[in-house]
Design a protein around this ligand. Structure first.
Ligand SMILES: [Fe+2]
Ligand SMILES: [Fe+2]
Length: 289
């Protein structure tokens, strides 16, 4: 299986004159120019759009259709921005997003999480990390919360015989690891205030029930894909402590808020029996105004 991991495209946002919709278009063109693009499956781990409104949903929908119209299968899970904005999620906006993007989120299955798709040698399981974050207090800061019911259902799925003999790929929006790096990848080295901001907000940006999730999936999942923090780092070393070989943060595929960064997407290949990963990076010109 060849998987392309995209995340946090924030369609609708414009930075320095760049439109994220145009940048996603460039990524899609690049994917469609790969040899046999329909051999690839795209997993988008949420924040497809920058804000939960109809205009952005329509824009995001037309972009994903460019892939699916060419036979590239797309799996999607909702991010906080898809269901609200940076600071909170809204139950009504979440329902509207899930309804409009149901073909990518649920396919022909019941509209509930976890979602299971067995495709070739892989069992893809999608989670909604906003699901338990709908109480008025909890949804502030939008750090993500799966909830006990979803994790219990996930555990049952992982026990299914048809899942156990596959490469199990778990995908969700929010970040399940906490301080799993020593370099502040989001702020650079520049300014004391940046460090203070980073240290004081990072703990709010990790999935609230990450510990419970890890207890559930340890030694039972092969690949964990997520986004939200826009770092683009490989967390496999941290995940291997839980018997999970590969864990990847996609970064923001459009990367427009960091002028030192560049647009990219990751290809994960399981065809050899081993999991290999590589980034396809775009020239820096693609993120300039
Ligand atoms: Fe994001
Ligand atoms: Fe997010």
């Amino acid at each position: 299986m060849k998987i392309i991991h995209l995340s946090d495209t924030h369609v609708g946002r414009n930075n320095n004159g760049s439109s994220n919709a145009e940048l996603v278009d460039l990524i899609i063109e690049d994917i469609l120019s790969l040899e046999n693009p329909s051999d690839y499956l795209v997993v988008h781990t949420g924040d497809l759009i920058d804000k939960g409104n109809q205009q952005y949903r329509d824009l995001g929908s037309s972009l994903l259709a460019k892939l699916s119209d060419q036979g590239v299968r797309v799996l999607l899970c909702p991010g906080n921005h898809d269901c609200g904005d940076a600071m909170h999620v809204d139950p009504n906006l979440a329902a509207q997003f899930k309804a409009q993007f149901a073909p990518y989120i649920f396919g022909s299955q019941a509209t509930q999480f976890p979602v299971l798709n067995i495709i070739d040698d892989c069992a893809f399981i999608g989670l909604d990390s906003n699901q338990a974050e709908m109480s008025w207090l909890d949804r502030w800061l939008a750090k993500g919360n799966l909830g006990d019911a979803q994790i219990t259902a996930l555990s049952k799925l992982l026990d299914l015989p048809e899942v156990r003999d596959k490469v199990v790929v778990l995908y969700l929006h929010h970040h399940p690891f906490f301080d799993a790096f020593v370099v502040s990848a989001d702020v650079g080295d520049g300014h004391l205030l940046s460090h203070l901001f980073s240290w004081n907000t990072r703990r709010f940006r990790r999935l609230k029930d990450a510990y419970t999730l890890m207890q559930c999936i340890r030694d039972r999942v092969d690949i964990v894909l997520f986004g939200h923090q826009h770092f683009g780092l490989d967390y496999s070393a941290e995940a291997q402590r839980y018997g999970i070989p590969t864990a990847l943060d996609a970064s923001s595929s459009t990367c427009t808020e960091m002028d030192t960064d560049r647009m990219r997407y990751r290809i994960i290949d399981t065809d050899s029996g081993f999991i290999t990963t590589r980034f396809v990076a775009f020239p820096p010109g693609h993120v300039q105004a």
